[in-house]
Design a protein around this ligand. Structure first.
Ligand SMILES: Nc1ncnc2c1ncn2[C@@H]1O[C@H](COP(=O)(O)OP(=O)(O)OP(=O)(O)O)[C@@H](O)[C@H]1O
Ligand SMILES: [Mg+2]
Length: 288
C-alpha cells in the first residue's frame, strides 16, 4: 500500500516537473510555448525606424542573448518587453509582442503590472541610495508583500549569491558596495518582487572579470527559475551562458542607421555554423 502510494507520488512529481520545465520538443511530443514572442516588430523614434524585422521566441528556463554592433536596436527591443519605451516620447512599437500568450500592448494590459512581472537590470549598477536591506524590502513592500520581510531579504540575497558578503552589514548603504556587489544587489532587487522574466542590458560591462564571472554564474543559476534575456557586447559571455542568441545588425539609411534582426538560433549554431555571412563575421570579430 505504502509502496503504491510512493510510486503514485513519484509519477505525479515527474508529471509536475515536465510541466514546470518544458523543453522545446519533449519525448511526449508536448511543444514548448514561448514566454515572450515577437512577430515582425518594428520600433520608431519619431519618423525614424530604429529597428525592424524582429521575430523571436524566448523561453522559460533559458538565457537568450542579444548581440550586435552599437546602434542596432538591442536595448530598444529589450525595453519593448517591459514597456519601458512607453516612457520615451515619440517611441512607437509596431508588430506583435506576446507574453505568456497575451498581447503585451493590449489596452487591457497595465504597464505597471508588466514591469512587475518582467524586471530589468541596467548596464550601470543603480541601487537605491538606501540600506542594503531596504533595496530589497522597498519594492516588495510597494507591491504589497505581506510575509516576513527579514526572511524575504535573506532568501533573495541568497538567490543573488550576495548573502554571505552582506549579512553583517544590511543597514549599510547599497552604494557602499563594490560595483559587482551593487549589480548583484540590483539583480536581488529585481528578484524580490517575484518577476517571471528578467531583462539585463549589458549587466557586466562596468565590471571586472571576477565580478563578471560571479554574475554569469548567478545568471546560470537563476535560469532554473526565470526567463532571462541579456544584451551583451561580450561574445564569450553570450557563448558561455546563453541557450539562444539573436544577432542584430544595422545599415545606413538617409534617416540614419536602421537596425534589424539578422539571425536567431541556438547559441551553438550562431557561433559555429550560422546561416548568414554577416553573423559569421561578427562572431569571429571581423567587425563590430
Ligand atoms: N530615446 C531615444 N530617442 C531617439 N532615438 C533613440 C533613442 N534610443 C535609441 N535611439 C536610436 O535607436 C537606435 C537603436 O538604439 P539602441 O540604443 O537600441 O541600440 P543598441 O543596439 O542598444 O546600441 P548599444 O550597443 O550602443 O547600446 C539608434 O539609432 C539610436 O540612436
Ligand atoms: Mg544598448
Amino acid at each position: 500500500m505504502v509502496v503504491l502510494l510512493i510510486q503514485q507520488l513519484e509519477r505525479l512529481q515527474i508529471t509536475m516537473t515536465n510541466q514546470t520545465q518544458p523543453s522545446n520538443q519533449t519525448n511526449d511530443q508536448t511543444v514548448k510555448e514561448p514566454t515572450i514572442r515577437t512577430e515582425n516588430v518594428k520600433v520608431y523614434y519619431g519618423d525614424a525606424l530604429a529597428v525592424r524585422d524582429v521575430t523571436l521566441d524566448m523561453y522559460r528556463n533559458e538565457i537568450t542573448a542579444f548581440i550586435g554592433p552599437s546602434g542596432c536596436g538591442k536595448s530598444t527591443i529589450l525595453r519593448c518587453f517591459n514597456r519601458l519605451n512607453d516612457l520615451i516620447a515619440g517611441a512607437k512599437v509596431e508588430g506583435t509582442i506576446t507574453f505568456e500568450g497575451q498581447n503585451l500592448y493590449s489596452k487591457k494590459v497595465d504597464p505597471v503590472e508588466v514591469r512587475r512581472r518582467i524586471g530589468m537590470v541596467f548596464q550601470k549598477p543603480n541601487p537605491f541610495p538606501k540600506s542594503i536591506y531596504e533595496n530589497i524590502a522597498f519594492g516588495a513592500r510597494i507591491n504589497g508583500y505581506q510575509g516576513n520581510m527579514d526572511e524575504l531579504v535573506e532568501s533573495t540575497l541568497r538567490q543573488a549569491a550576495l548573502w554571505e558578503e552582506v549579512k553583517d552589514k544590511l543597514k549599510e548603504n547599497g552604494l557602499s558596495l563594490s560595483g559587482g556587489q551593487q549589480q548583484r544587489l540590483c539583480i536581488a532587487r529585481a528578484i524580490a518582487i517575484q518577476p517571471e522574466v528578467i531583462l539585463l542590458d549589458e549587466p557586466c560591462s562596468a565590471l571586472d572579470p571576477i565580478s563578471t564571472y560571479n554574475i554569469e554564474k548567478l545568471l546560470t543559476d537563476l535560469k532554473e527559475k526565470y526567463t532571462l534575456i541579456i544584451v551583451t557586447h561580450n561574445m564569450q559571455q553570450a557563448s558561455r551562458i546563453s541557450d539562444r542568441t539573436a544577432f542584430f545588425n544595422a545599415e545606413p539609411t538617409p534617416k540614419g542607421k536602421q537596425g534589424y534582426l539578422v539571425e536567431y538560433d541556438e547559441t551553438e549554431t550562431i557561433f559555429q555554423t550560422p546561416a548568414q555571412e554577416a553573423t559569421q563575421q561578427y562572431v569571429t570579430g571581423a567587425f563590430g
